[in-house]
Design a protein around this ligand. Sequence first.
Ligand code: GLY
Length: 366
Amino acid sequence: MDLTIDVNIPQIESSSYPIFINDETIAKLKETLDEKTQGKKRLVIFSQKVYKLYGKILNFDKKEIFILKDGENQKTLKNFQKIIEKAISLQLSRKDVIIAIGGGVVGDMSGFVASSYMRGIEYIQVPTTLLACVDSSVGGKTAIDMPNGKNYVGAFYQPSAVYINTNFLKTLDEKQYKSGFGEVIKYAFIEKSCNCSENYNLLEYLQTNKENYEKREDEFLCKIIEICLNLKASVVSQDEKEAGLRKILNLGHTFGHAIEEITKYKRYTHGYGVVQGLMYIFNYALNNGFCDKKYYDKAFTLMNIYGYHPDKFCFINKKKVMQLMKTDKKSDSTTLTLIVPSQEKVVVEHKIDKTQELTFSVNYQN
Ligand code: GLY
């Protein structure tokens, strides 16, 4: 399997880049990276976990490497400064390159460093988690966190290329793998709203492929990554900076982020938070007449097939979730924008007054 997807962003000159998806050996990936960066100085930012597993085979010069510990709590200003200092010590110039090898944390941090070091240098994404493969490594959202919120400081800054190798996904622990799948499920519910020329029927494909998911079968992995990224590329090429359409990628995220924050990024990984967010928003959609019970049931059945069950999430304090949602950076001083499922695979934007009580129940109707 060897696929290439092009992301074209017409709004910015020279902001088109390829995403390569394959299952070649990691040693071959290293050769490709060496070829592509020949003649340039490099700063390679590794996730600690990935470095332990693949550091030897990827065999970069130790001097080029910065290892970032794993976890959302590493996306700090302090680590940002350390990495900038490393770039300075390597005497990186604007002609050089940063390579990010890891999950969303490494990708977000590396992209933000690349966007600001000398007002911007090239960076390459090598996502190693399912979540980073299907979402965060593509689209140019880069950021670090602040005490008052996740991704509070950042930039839209596109990579020059993304190299996805499904071998990395074989060594993910079950929790990480399942977390990434939360974002895959999200795409199933927004497919028609992405305005993509292809009709993938991701929802139906997922309904019948649980076994391949469990086996982490290469063809299955390449296919779901290809579908998700084609959908994402379609959205980002129409709206890079989230002025409109790109907001649909946040389905489930407003509740999801709030839930992650309440549990201090410890209890739930991002993808788990997103699936919980999907359950809340489907509930909201049903209670407020956006979607019918048939679609609601279909959505819950899919989430249940993949082992996500709402009964585990019911304890979360509804008032606190609402309070946090209202301070979400996607809301302004008076309104909160929710992305809400309506018809099958279609979502709509719904603005609500912040003073209004949200109507959703935490006792899901299954
Ligand atoms: N993860 C959502 C986006 O890239 O817009």
